[in-house]
Design a binder for this molecule. Structure first.
Ligand code: SAM
Ligand code: SF4
Length: 470
């Protein structure tokens, strides 16, 4: 029998909670792992032990492929700073020498993992940031050499995506990306509408996007476009125009995020009054959903849309969003996040951690021959369970049997009050096998995640207070 405490307070509590939050700005956008990094207080992170755990699992025929993330710290400076809205840690790009130096550190960090990763299978690769297409064309080959130095055998189905901004892709870079072995690009477009996009200070023109898509097609790369809704002064009409344009370009993968407003960003400080309300954002979500569905797109996560039939695409992150036993993702580089958890491991062996968000500290740790980890969180089994529920919710569906076989808990009974309330709001449908988001449910994923974690968060907050007083 399990002794998780996270079961929520019942139907009335859940119903009130939902009602009180329907029109509130969702300050935490969809979270991929529980708890939020403000609870990550551990500074001694046993990376070596995590790698040994993975080797043991692998030797027993257990474990899952490892997803690899590699970040770049740098971005072209904008006015306003950080594109006006970005909440990610980034550093100002001052020239190629920045990247050359950084890349040397990335290689040294990767080398520290080499022995520990030996023989482990690779799931997917994502080069993000920051701005990964700041690299010169020849660097993409070196990036892939780095991946192959850790995972010599890359199966053909492995999705290898490089993310960047439209104005920095060139034909030469796209060719090198393809020839290096990467198979997908993701472009942060945010707004096609040039007037609205200019609020971000980005020097991006629609022509950059069109041109990059053409090159991607020419060289046989899959392409994703990131758009944001809930942007200052955006209306349903401008959003529809953008979506129709992107659909008209024949883009198979569209990521449609709700703007996450916060921090000392220009949008939060100076354009707050221009932001559509949460209920307007909901309206936008619904219009976008219906529009994309009418064009044959399938919703694969709360914000990812994919049109079937792309000759260049690989299965989308199924391994990450639809499993209840493991969430192994290794992040290399500045501010990269790592999740190492597997249900087959004993309590205390599941971790999330983040690499240094200060570039000098990141480099100093590597100079000292240490893993450049800044802070981490050791998951109790319950935290791991909630983390997996969150991740599967992002994938819009929970498999009750899979969950039960991992945690020996009936997920419906455990959170019965929450599910019943969500059913009343028509946010989910429950069958004997699945709990599936529907209606406005995907839009409210952050609300649902927080509600499910409420009890555990309460406990973690109390623990933090006690520790601060000690
Ligand atoms: C962190 S950026 C990195 C890629 C690249 N630098 C760019 O700007 O496209 C990745 C994506 O995160 C999304 N993003 C960043 N800040 C966001 C925010 N405050 N709210 C919603 N999405 C955001 C954008 O859609 C962006 O394309
Ligand atoms: S949105 Fe992209 S380009 Fe802009 S600051 Fe964030 S990571 Fe950099």
């Amino acid at each position: 029998m399990n002794n998780f405490i996270s079961a929520a307070d019942g139907l009335d509590f859940a119903r009130d909670y939902i009602e009180n939050h329907l029109d509130k700005r969702q300050v935490n956008k969809i979270q991929h792992a529980f708890p939020s990094p403000r609870f990550w207080n551990e500074t001694e992170i046993p990376v070596q032990q995590m790698l040994e755990d993975r080797q043991k699992l692998h030797a027993q025929g257990l474990g899952a492929p490892i997803n690899l993330y590699m970040g770049v710290p740098y971005c072209i400076q904008t006015d306003p700073g950080k594109c006006g809205y970005c909440l990610f840690p980034v550093e100002a790009f001052t020239g190629n020498v920045d990247l050359e130096r950084y890349f040397e550190y990335l290689k040294r960090e990767a080398a520290m993992y080499k022995e520990g990763l030996k023989g482990l299978p690779l799931g997917a690769v994502f080069f993000g940031g920051g701005t990964s297409n700041l690299y010169k064309a020849e660097k993409f080959h070196e990036l892939m050499d780095l991946v192959r130095s850790l995972f010599p055998e890359i199966k053909p189905y492995v999705d290898i995506t490089l993310e960047g901004i439209p104005q920095l892709f060139t034909r030469e870079k796209i060719q090198a990306i393809k020839e290096s072995g990467m198979n997908r690009i993701s472009m942060g477009v945010q707004q096609v509408n040039e007037r609205l996009n200019s609020f971000s200070g980005r020097k991006q023109k629609t022509q950059h996007v069109i041109q990059t898509l053409e090159w991607a097609k020419e060289f046989g790369l899959a392409a994703n476009i990131d758009l944001i809704f809930g942007w200052p002064q955006q209306t349903v009409q401008t959003m529809v125009e953008d979506l129709e344009t992107v659909v008209g370009w024949g883009v198979y993968d569209i990521t449609h995020y709700e703007l996450n407003v916060g921090g000392p960003t220009d949008f939060a400080l100076n354009r707050y009054h221009e932001l559509p309300s949460t209920l307007s954002n909901l309206e936008m979500y619904k219009v976008a959903r219906d529009l994309l569905k009418s064009h044959g797109y399938e919703q694969i996560t709360a914000y990812n849309w994919r049109k079937p039939g792309n000759p260049f695409s690989r299965p989308y992150e199924e391994g990450v969003t639809h499993r209840f036993d493991n969430m192994d993702t290794l992040g290399l580089g500045y501010a990269a996040l790592t999740f190492f958890s597997d249900v087959a491991l004993d309590e205390g062996h599941s971790w999330s951690f983040i690499n240094w968000r200060n570039l000098n500290e990141y480099k100093a740790r590597i100079d000292d021959g240490k893993f450049p980890t800044e802070a981490g969180f050791k998951h109790a089994r319950e935290d791991f369970m909630i983390s997996l529920i969150w991740r599967n919710l992002f994938g819009m569906e929970l498999d009750r049997e899979d969950f039960n076989s991992s945690f020996d808990v009936d997920i419906y009974e455990h959170f019965e009050g929450v599910w019943k309330a969500l059913e009343e709001f028509d946010f989910i449908e429950v069958t004997p096998h699945k709990i599936r988001l529907k209606g406005d449910g995907p839009f409210y994923t952050p609300l649902i995640q927080t509600l499910l974690a409420e009890k555990r968060y309460q406990q973690l907050r109390e623990k933090m207070v006690v520790e601060a007083q000690a």
